[in-house]
Design a protein around this ligand. Structure first.
Ligand SMILES: Nc1nc2c(ncn2[C@@H]2O[C@H](COP(=O)(O)OP(=O)(O)OP(=O)(O)O)[C@@H](O)[C@H]2O)c(=O)[nH]1
Length: 409
């Protein structure tokens, strides 16, 4: 087998490590890089500016060492270089890559990077989308100054918004008040992500490793944990060790049973609920909500929904995750991953994990994303009742709908 025969290998798990300037990403990587969970990992570090300093600070303990990209900001000029490097890593090509193929890759972004375009590249690139599986987006937040940074910098809010896991650093420097304020601020921007304190966890597992769906399932946590729907999202984010913002209840329905619900009422309730609770993070329109139905959905219908949503509102989708109860194979949930209108090639689980009710749940994290429009579109494709219109004509009449795109069913 040639090393470039990436199609037959299981995808390499990739962690995107992000966080604002000086939040502590490099320090954290340096601490964890020798951990067995990161054995055979490659670390790709992007630096903003002329000199690549971080790679010098990271001890090259992993067998693959540290690959530095130093020609600018990862979210613009270096994206091509990052993509090339990741392709070379996956294919085992490239001048400096005479080593075993990595089992895992950690990409540390510059503190000013918007993770969105990087995620989009991972999901849309023909080689990368096959060769890599996103383990998760890990966002480092300085516990001492996080609230202030989030208030001041949209980049920081976007980094937090798309995170699967928030890692608080510098808790040794933070007063209880600033720690609580940081937790609240994080919870307002992203009520779904699990918040962990870097100082409280020994190894890389639980910090850099284990955010993905397969990890959640192997821990017996079910799909809800991956989607950020565990029941404790309703608690105040200031409670140490808990997750979710004080307005966390506004963004999803926890792990409630939905069988037998009237989904029209259900959506209305959700709108009202959101209006009551939405506040601070709407300053830049960053918010999340879930689309749910317990009706089995034909593949064509979900494909049509995703196509129109990405064509009409793709740029406003910071992140999408979901599981679909397919009409064609109801026993095998379809797993969705998307960003900015790009979808990762969908995969199917062998079955519904224990305690996961077989139903479609799609979490959308958007910026300026019209929730009513997304809900109406979803309802039109999945046979639900849209709040203001009886059927898919509500969407066909929507000026945002793409002319000439036919509904599949
Ligand atoms: N006391 C304390 N200092 C920390 C901690 N984590 C990081 N620092 C310090 O914070 C500063 C910035 O840390 P870095 O790891 O370089 O931060 P970064 O996120 O990689 O920074 P950029 O590369 O600029 O985006 C350094 O002086 C670190 O020593 C921590 O948990 N406690």
């Amino acid at each position: 087998m040639t090393r470039s025969d990436s199609t037959v290998r299981p995808p390499v798990k990739l962690t995107l490590l992000t966080g604002f300037l000086g939040a502590g990403k490099t320090t954290l990587l340096n601490r964890l890089i020798g951990d067995p969970a990161l054995a055979d990992a490659a670390v790709v570090v992007n630096e903003f500016g002329e000199a690549a300093i971080d790679p010098l600070l990271i001890e090259a303990v992993s067998s693959n060492g540290v690959i530095s990209l130093s020609n600018g900001c990862l979210c613009c000029t270096v994206r091509g270089e990052l993509v090339d490097t990741l392709v070379e890593l996956a294919e085992g090509t490239g001048a400096d890559l005479d080593h075993a193929l990595p089992k895992r890759v950690v990409v540390e972004t510059t503190g000013l990077a918007d993770p969105g375009p990087i995620l989009a590249a991972l999901m849309s690139h023909p080689v990368l989308s096959q060769a890599y599986a996103l383990d998760g987006v890990v966002t480092v937040v300085d516990a001492a100054n996080g609230a202030g940074t989030l208030a001041e910098h949209e980049d920081s809010r976007r980094q937090v918004a798309v995170a699967d896991r928030i890692v608080l650093t510098k808790s040794d420097l933070a007063s209880p008040e600033s720690l609580a304020a940081t937790r609240r601020a994080v919870g307002r921007v992203n009520p779904r992500a699990k918040i962990v304190d870097a100082a409280a966890i020994e190894g890389a597992e639980g910090i850099l490793v284990g955010c993905g769906l397969s990890d959640a399932l192997s821990r017996g946590e079910g799909v809800s944990a991956w989607l950020g729907e565990t029941g404790d999202a309703h608690v105040d984010a200031s409670s140490p060790g808990r997750r979710g913002g004080e307005d966390g209840a506004s963004h999803h329905h926890g792990n409630h049973a939905h069988a037998g619900h009237d989904h029209g009422d259900h959506h209305d309730h959700d709108h009202d609920h959101d209006r009551r609770h939405d506040h601070e993070h709407r300053r830049d329109g960053i918010r999340s909500f879930s689309l749910e139905t317990d009706r089995p959905v034909p593949f064509d219908a979900i494909a049509g929904f995703l196509q129109i949503l990405s064509e009409t509102a793709g740029k406003r989708i910071l992140r999408m995750k979901g599981v679909v109860l397919l009409a064609e194979s109801p026993g095998r949930p379809l797993v969705l991953h998307g960003v900015q209108g790009f979808m990762h090639p969908p995969t199917q689980l062998p079955g519904w994990p224990g305690q996961t009710p077989p139903m479609t749940r799609i979490v959308l994290i958007g910026q300026g994303l019209d929730e009513r429009y997304a809900r109406d579109l979803f309802s039109a494709f999945t046979g639900g009742i849209a709040p203001d219109a009886a059927d898919r004509t509500a969407v066909e009449a929507n000026p945002l709908a793409i002319p000439g795109v036919a509904f599949q069913r």
